[in-house]
Design a protein. Structure first.
Lengths: 380, 340, 297, 512
């Protein structure tokens, strides 16, 4: 009797400790918590919470398309399309994070990437493979914009948080200047939308024709792999991780921390820049409507946090946020207030911050263990 | 009753991030729909879908089609490209778009275009006459636009030509907020204009215009003789101040977007829906001006009615573009208006 | 256009930035970085607008504006405590919890409007703040008051000494029995309250209703003003006025052929340049952003 | 009224992974000077922090003047008349002396507004009365470490405590300053104060203490009366748990050619203050040169300059005849420079990386560990660390994959020493190699250093423990205010002579 009870609480201790220790598990927990709180709000409004889940479900598997009289996986396509910038911006945030930097600037790096891709998609005559060219310049532009932050941080000791916030807005307004004043759309009634992009610069659609899913998706997968490879496998990644954990020790042992910080921010920027290109060249088959910040960069922060800045985690988190985004539209057909999505996203990030509390629990349990051990000694 | 309900067509209106309660353009379209269904069946027969950004336009169109709605209503030229792409792919889905006339003509798409310059001409006349009535010798008039473009240019040019028909050399100032949803910008501009002696400001800027009206209301409440002019819908209510018996909105340029939505819904209901471009103007009573404000002087009203008659008879032809108006020697140089 | 009659307009734009920045400064002086200012302003603006409108629709007069302001301060203050718990008690990454609040703010403000008004914004508030004879809004005087008060508290009162000590060397403060946790909680709460106040002032002076785009990054500008102002009330005052002016001018000088975007860039560009110019010497409180570990027990 | 000022009975305090105090007793008579003796990590500071209310004990009770008390925070302690001078000073750098002293109990006028003038007068008065000269208006960042300690003592006097705890007060002082401190302590005792003095320095205990409590590894060992007869040897034995020999036997050294030549270099610290002036020194193959000096006399900056962490403003550094003055850190490593840094947590280890990764921190990029395309060869890295763990007896939870941050202080130090030695450098810079370690680790590391010397390495050792210098080094250079006050062979001079040099007195043969 007593024996069994003892053994049981032993085992459950074990799995609790496992759970507390595993970042992945806590991330899943955090996401579930966020969605549950969303459900609660929906219920409090007297709406049917199951519709919320239905919307998220449809975002993954699609629905019966009355218009076409057939099952359609369009929503899945949208989910994956949205996931492209989410994952890429997540990689941007996460990469910097691993080097001990907080890259709020993915938004700005995304914007300059889009700007560069745009410039080369409208201002030079169309030629085959232009899309690839645009992507490359976007990556470079993002890298430069991120690198600036790195240099400011490494050379001038300027907080990357403040610097990136500034650069985000600067990027946004420069993009407007370029898109609206340098290459204005020529045709009547089309102002405040960029000029048409050269047809050769548009990304080809893949898999799901009912959506904008395009080859950008493959580049996203490639980016995830590159991230993993650089971070975990190469000596470059080693110096990044070392700098991230302890800049001074890395420096003292001969790692060039200035270079590591600048370079890693540049790489982070490159990911975001690619995101900008994928969105611009992929979302619409024509010019893009200018508006405020697209927020992919900011959501990238949440994506990276949920994904614990690890490549696979960021990939999955990005898909999840993509699904929430496509559910944002779907749930409006089910009379679910769409702001629930923003609330869920916000709560997820807050819960992640609060997750630090789990560390305290672990500490407490450790103390308890010592106490137990000593009591047992005392008993003997 | 069941049957009448079910016999009614189903419709969804898709808007950009500002939603259907921008108190302006989208609001008018939405009002038309509610009128058509006399407020019964929101969420079943009709609903509105709001996009987070332009990346949602195509997904939203396709999701709506998938729900099998009889009609999709989109508002504003920002939807133009998405709608064109969509209509090609979904030939059986009836769609209308307002403020656009340049999309490829397809059987399932009606494009409604307004001749706003006509209505704007009237409010220009009204403002000028009011100034005259207040005995202001050389008044200054302001125009605040949302996002610059040919559509808004029609508002500005009409307004200017209306004013000039009364004060041939009145001074005009203009400002473009580059946004449909930034009242704080309009209010900042309006405040400093009113401070520097501008008499009346006409803002054709969607939600942004609210800032102008707010400032006018504040100043009228404080006893300053300044006016705001509303746009799209009659914004008299928005201009109420003090004990809410007086409004700072002298008049509003009425752009009856509801006419278009009702027109489209009726056509769908009667099965008379045919694609093409429909022009709304003074003849079709698609544009006009509001007389709700009791302080709008009699001279103004009579002058407006006269102008209306002349426009209908074709005696007055209001220019559509800045270029044309400048050529005609009416609009001054150096305005923010652009023709493409 | 003559600059003198622009001053009231410039101050209308400056006041919310200044008030928020002072809050952010106090928070960082206590040792906690608060990037949630943007969200807190937005929440404050929404709360003030809702309160004022509801009261006025039940026939209340100008007093309702000030009730709205108070409610805004209260609610933003309470929300800021989420950040306090995460940053102070759970020793979480302060930028993360701040970012979380910013995201959350987008949701709950619009959500509240949907629940109360069935739309994405509040209805138009009939009675708002009014200018005085000089063309200034009360927000201007409030802002000046906040600056003076913050200076006095920081440098002339024992509490101010405790607060600055907690931001520089919490262990020292702790060793003489100052309750670092309490002081930092107060610091965060004050930044929340002032953020709410600023949001309320923004909605009550610069527009007619709350919209999700109202704050539009001014919380982040305030954050920049704190750094640019070197964490002192006077510095923050100067920085905020500079930023406010360049924002106002982006509208007021738009008649000229220069695109407004150029003016929009100014505050951010200036901050970056200033930060580079003053770099090397670090004016930031030494322990700002670092959780304080007192004892594992 | 009880004859005891302090009675701490059965105090236990645990930290994650360690029991810092294990059922410890401390009983202090009124108006005595009571020493607490123990090695680094023995639990002395923890015990005092408990007494001062900074930590709350897991169990045990405390009596002050015979009354049981719960000391929940430092205020309570202060109200009970307990003042503490912390091992690591608790001073706000940009506050004035007075502001620091009154912090937490600021004098205020009737409107609750700060008024510091009175306080400044009182501080002035106290500092004269006890011979603790400091300028009440000076900012902390502008005064010396010694003065900062005086500020800490003044803090306790200002709040007229009658129990004063001094935690390793002599660690940062020259022998002369230490003598002055002893006088201050006697003065305080005469004034009727009760003093608790924490130290490892047996001389000081003999000098001023009436009684002494000994702790070892967190446990209470004994409490003895200090009489002129008490022998240092027996105290040491109790402290360490076994007889200790104070000096390590080593072969006489036969220096080879100059491997490190420091040619009149000057170095600034991070805020641009010149901390090393025109300093010259040579280290030859097969010798250990020790730099004796009080903390803050430029040792840190000197090592930063040599290791490449900060640039020199003038002068030259020559290694193996190569000019390395402007070399990058990595180039210096490759040229054969090793460095065991002063601050092991800040500069020595990357706590988040595994032990294995830490052992290759300096050469992970070489073809030895990473192939072409820059891909790391993990297996080789682990093979290397397993070897070192074996050789240096590094105790870690899960071997090579343990995060370095989870090691004990001593084992962390062993990882660093293992890494540096395994790179077989010609010149090895060593700072505070045994600080905070247990005797076992200390002896092991000292042996390894001597072994390296015998292999013909040139070793430059910086330590604040004069004994360590005198035991380990072949030549000793006393440093004071950033320049060498004198260089001489080990055994040529007594501790107090060296002390005088450390205090700045140029010795005759300094020129030679
Ligand atoms: N805050 C803490 N968290 C975890 N462990 C701690 C903490 N403070 C002290 N320890 C551990 O408790 C033990 C005793 O530390 P303490 O500082 O009391 O030793 P000490 O006798 O003062 O040593 P020293 O002579 O170096 O000051 C050490 O092993 C130390 O690592
Ligand atoms: N930062 C830390 N994280 C995890 N565990 C730690 C940490 N610091 C100390 N420990 C654990 O506490 C134990 C005591 O650490 P501490 O540094 O006090 O050792 P110590 O008693 O000083 O022994 P040594 O003489 O080797 O330094 C270590 O064995 C280690 O397991
Ligand atoms: Mg100690
Ligand atoms: Mg230790």
């Amino acid at each position: 009797m007593t024996k069994s009870s003892k053994s049981t609480n032993k085992t459950d201790q074990v799995w609790i400790d496992r759970l507390l220790a595993s970042e992945g598990a806590t991330s899943v927990l955090v996401v579930i918590l966020g969605i549950l709180s969303g459900t609660l709000i929906v219920a409090l409004l007297g709406k049917n919470p199951s519709s919320l889940f239905k919307a998220i479900w449809q975002a993954f598997v699609g629905y019966y398309n009355k218009g076409k009289g057939a099952w359609s996986v369009g929503p899945l396509g949208d989910t994956l399309t949205y996931a492209i910038p989410y994952v890429l911006c997540g990689l941007s945030m996460g990469f910097a994070n691993r080097v001990g930097l907080f890259n709020i600037g993915a938004e700005g790096q995304y914007t300059v990437g889009m700007l560069a891709a745009h410039a080369f998609a409208v201002c030079i005559p169309a030629f085959p493979g232009q899309w690839l060219f645009c992507m490359v310049v976007a990556v470079l532009a993002g890298a430069i914009w991120g690198g600036i932050v790195g240099i400011l941080k490494a050379k001038f000791k300027i907080s990357e948080v403040v610097a990136t916030i500034m650069l985000n807005y600067i990027a946004l307004y420069i993009y407007r200047l370029v898109a609206l004043y340098l290459f204005p759309a020529g045709l009547t009634n089309r102002t405040y939308r960029t000029a048409d992009l050269a047809s050769t610069s548009i990304l080809k659609g893949v898999f799901i024709s009912e959506s904008n899913l395009n080859i950008g998706f493959f580049f996203m997968i490639l980016a995830v792999f590159v991230y993993w490879f650089i971070m975990e496998k190469t000596k470059l990644g080693f110096s990044f991780r070392a700098t991230g954990f302890n800049k001074d020790a890395a420096r003292c042992s001969g790692i060039n921390d200035t270079q590591a910080i600048s370079l890693s921010m540049a790489i982070a920027g490159a990911f975001a820049g690619l995101a900008g290109a994928c969105v611009l060249l992929g979302s619409l088959k024509f010019g893009r409507i200018m508006q405020g910040q697209d927020n992919y960069g900011f959501m990238g922060i949440a994506v990276a946090l949920v994904g614990n800045s690890k490549a696979p985690g960021i990939f999955l988190a990005g898909i999840l946020f993509g699904a929430l985004r496509s559910a944002y539209s779907l749930m409006q057909f089910m009379n679910i207030p769409r702001e629930v999505v923003n609330i869920i996203e916000g709560l997820i990030v807050i819960f992640i911050a609060l997750r630090a509390g789990l560390g305290k629990v672990q500490e407490y349990r450790a103390k308890q263990k010592i106490k137990k051990a000593r009591e047992q000694e005392a008993a003997k | 009753k069941e049957e009448t309900k079910s016999s009614k067509p189903t419709v969804a209106i898709l808007t950009d991030a500002t939603g259907v309660d921008d108190k302006s353009f989208n609001a008018a379209a939405w009002r038309g729909i509610k009128q058509f269904y006399n407020n019964e069946g929101e969420g079943t027969l009709y609903r509105n879908i709001t996009a987070q950004s332009s990346d949602d336009y195509l997904p939203n169109l396709k999701n709506t089609a998938a729900q099998g709605y009889d009609l999709i209503i989109t508002t504003g030229f920002t939807w133009g490209d998405a709608v064109a792409a969509f209509c090609a792919e979904y030939p059986n889905q009836k769609v209308i778009i307002v403020d656009v006339d340049y999309l490829p003509q397809t059987a399932n798409l009606i494009q409604y275009i307004y001749e706003e310059e006509q209505g704007s001409y009237l409010v220009g006349v009204a403002a000028a006459k009011q100034a005259q009535h207040d005995g202001i010798s050389n008044p200054v008039f302001g125009f605040i636009g949302g996002v610059p473009g040919a559509t808004i240019t029609k508002f500005e040019i009409g307004y200017i030509e209306g004013i000039k028909s009364v004060f041939p050399n009145a001074k005009i100032v203009d400002y473009y907020a580059n946004s449909w949803g930034a009242p704080e910008l309009a209010k900042t501009q309006a405040k400093s204009w009113y401070d520097s002696g501008v008499y009346c400001i006409f803002s054709a800027a969607g939600g942004t215009g609210g800032g102008t009206i707010a400032q006018a209301a504040e100043y009228r409440a404080a006893g300053k003789n300044v006016w705001a002019i509303g746009v799209d819908s009659d914004q008299y209510e928005d201009g109420l101040y003090g004990d809410k018996t007086k409004s700072a909105v002298l008049t509003s340029m009425l752009k009856m977007v509801e006419n278009s939505t009702i027109d489209a819904l009726t056509k769908v209901e009667n099965g008379t829906f045919v694609g093409g471009v429909v022009t709304q103007n003074m003849k079709t009573e698609g544009v006009g001006y509001a007389t709700t404000n009791a302080e709008l002087c009699a001279e103004a009203k009579t002058a407006c009615e006269a102008a209306k008659a002349d426009i209908l008879s074709g005696k007055i032809v209001v220019n559509k573009t800045y270029a044309a108006s400048k050529a005609a020697g009416i609009a001054p140089a150096g305005l923010g208006a652009i023709d493409d | 256009m003559n600059i003198l009659n622009m001053i009231p307009t410039i101050m209308m734009v400056t006041a919310p930035i200044l008030i928020t920045a002072i809050g952010g400064m106090i928070c960082e002086r206590s040792g906690v970085v608060n990037v949630a200012l943007e969200g807190l302003m937005s929440i404050g603006a929404c709360a003030a607008a809702c309160t004022a409108f509801i009261l006025q629709s039940t026939g209340a007069g100008g007093g309702s504006v000030w009730v709205g302001v108070l409610i805004a301060m209260l609610i933003s203050g309470i929300i800021s405590l989420i950040h306090a718990v995460a940053a102070i008690d759970l020793k979480a990454n302060q930028t993360i919890s701040g970012t979380g609040i910013n995201l959350l703010a987008d949701g709950i403000t619009i959500f509240a409007c949907q629940v109360l008004f069935g739309m994405d914004r509040t209805d138009t508030i009939p009675i708002r703040m009014h200018t005085d004879g000089l063309g200034f809004y009360p927000s201007f005087y409030i802002a000046i008051g906040v600056v003076v008060l913050s200076w006095f508290v920081l440098y002339k009162t024992p509490f101010g000494m405790h607060l600055r000590a907690c931001g520089e060397h919490p262990a020292a403060a702790d060793s003489v029995g100052i309750n670092v946790r309490r002081v930092r909680y107060i610091g965060v709460f004050v930044s929340g309250v002032l953020g709410g106040l600023a949001g309320a002032c923004a909605v009550m002076t610069q527009t007619t209703q709350f919209t999700s785009t109202l704050i539009g990054g001014r919380g982040f500008i305030a954050l920049a003003a704190v750094a640019f102002g070197r964490w002192t009330p006077i510095g923050v005052l100067g920085a905020s006025v500079l930023f406010g002016a360049s924002q106002a001018l982006s509208v007021l000088l738009s008649g000229t052929s220069i695109p407004s975007e150029v003016f929009n860039i100014i505050p951010y560009a200036i901050t970056l340049i200033a930060l580079i110019a003053f770099s090397g010497k670090d004016f930031a409180p030494r322990s700002a952003g670092l959780p304080y570990e007192k004892s594992s027990s | 009224m009880s004859e005891y000022a302090i009675e701490m009975l059965g105090i236990t305090k645990t930290f994650p992974g360690i029991i810092a105090n294990d059922n410890v007793n401390l009983v202090v008579k009124k108006n005595e000077v009571h020493a607490i003796l123990g090695e680094n990590g023995a639990g002395k500071s923890t015990l005092m922090s408990v007494l001062f209310g900074a930590y709350s004990p897991d169990s045990g009770k405390i009596l002050i003047n015979g009354k049981e008390v719960k000391i929940t925070n430092p205020n309570v302690a202060t109200d009970l008349g307990i003042g503490m001078v912390h091992q690591h000073f608790k001073l706000v750098h940009n506050y004035t002396v007075t502001e620091n002293i009154v912090l937490g109990r600021e004098p205020r006028n009737k409107f609750g507004i700060l008024s510091l003038d009175e306080a400044e007068k009182k501080v002035q008065m106290l500092s004269e009365k006890y011979g603790l000269q400091v300028d009440p208006k000076a900012k902390i960042e502008d005064i010396t470490v010694g003065q900062q300690q005086r500020v800490e003592i003044l803090k306790t006097l200002y709040s007229d405590s009658d129990i004063i705890i001094l935690d390793e007060p002599s660690a940062v002082l020259t022998p002369q300053e230490i003598d002055e401190l002893m006088d201050i302590i006697r003065l305080l005792q005469k004034e009727g104060k009760t003093i608790v003095l924490i130290t490892h320095k047996l001389k000081e205990i003999k000098a001023v203490a009436n009684r002494c409590t000994i702790l070892r590894r967190g446990k209470y060992i004994d409490c003895v009366d200090i009489t002129p007869e008490t022998s240092e040897q027996e105290l040491a034995t109790m402290m360490v748990g076994r007889p200790v020999k104070f000096d390590i036997e080593k072969k006489p050294c036969n220096p080879g050619e100059k491997l490190l030549e420091i040619k009149s270099i000057s170095v600034n610290d991070s805020v641009g203050v010149e901390k090393v002036h025109d300093l010259s020194l040579d280290v030859c193959a097969g010798e250990i040169v020790g730099i004796a000096g009080v903390d803050g006399n430029g040792q840190t900056e000197l090592l930063y300059a040599l290791s490449g962490l900060s640039p020199v403003t003038k002068g030259q550094i020559i290694m193996n005849g190569k000019d390395i003055t402007n070399m990058k850190i990595r180039e210096r490593n490759e040229a054969g420079l090793g460095h065991i840094p002063e601050d092991r947590h800040k500069h020595g280890l990357v706590g988040g990386l595994s032990v294995a990764e830490n052992t290759v921190l300096k050469d992970f990029y070489t073809l030895k560990y990473s192939g072409k395309l820059g891909v790391l060869m993990t297996d080789r890295i682990f093979a290397n660390s397993d070897k070192l763990i074996e050789e240096f007896d590094i105790r870690s939870g899960q071997g090579s994959i343990t995060p370095a941050g989870a090691l004990s202080g001593g084992n962390q130090q062993k990882v660093i020493v293992a890494r540096e030695i395994s790179l077989s450098p010609n010149v090895l810079l060593v700072a505070q190699p045994t600080r905070g370690l247990d005797v076992g680790a200390i002896e092991y590391i000292r042996k390894r250093l001597v072994a390296e010397r015998d292999k013909g390495r040139a070793i430059l050792l910086v330590s604040f423990e004069l004994d360590e210098i005198m035991n380990l080094c072949d030549r000793i250079a006393a440093i004071s205010k950033g320049s060498i006050a004198g260089v001489f062979k080990a055994g040529e001079k007594t501790a107090s002579e060296i002390g005088l040099m450390m205090a700045g007195e140029k010795s005759k043969e300094a020129s030679k």
